[in-house]
Write a protein that binds this ligand. Structure first.
Ligand code: HEC
Length: 77
């Protein structure tokens, strides 16, 4: 397969994330967003960048290179 040189690394990760959302039933993303805002954003920040700085060592959940090797099952633990 030829390389996708027309897309930057960030654009390729965004494409992967978009394709991933297609496998999620309608409405579940919105429910997840609400849970995240209520239960997670206080530490992980509104966009997952750990910029809330409430707990030391909070990882950046928006870093695709970090999150790519975590399976859905791992993240559910
Ligand atoms: C009180 C602060 C706090 C809250 C609230 C919180 N987290 Fe975290 N989270 C952390 C810290 C600190 C770590 C890193 C330490 C660890 O992995 O045990 C972490 C680790 C993680 C990781 C592992 C990332 C990796 O690199 O493997 C995931 C995924 C995660 N949190 C998701 C969530 C989700 C989803 C919620 C809400 C349901 C949430 N967290 C709520 C502080 C928090």
């Amino acid at each position: 397969m030829p390389p996708f040189t027309s897309l930057t690394a960030d654009q390729r990760w965004n494409l992967v994330a978009y394709l991933y959302t297609l496998s999620i039933p309608e409405g579940r993303l919105d429910r997840g967003k609400a849970v995240y805002a209520d239960k997670c954003a206080s530490c992980h920040g509104a966009t997952g960048k750990a910029d809330a700085q409430r707990a030391p060592g909070t990882p950046d959940l928006s870093d695709p290179a970090r999150m790519a090797d975590r399976s859905q099952a791992t993240l559910m633990l």
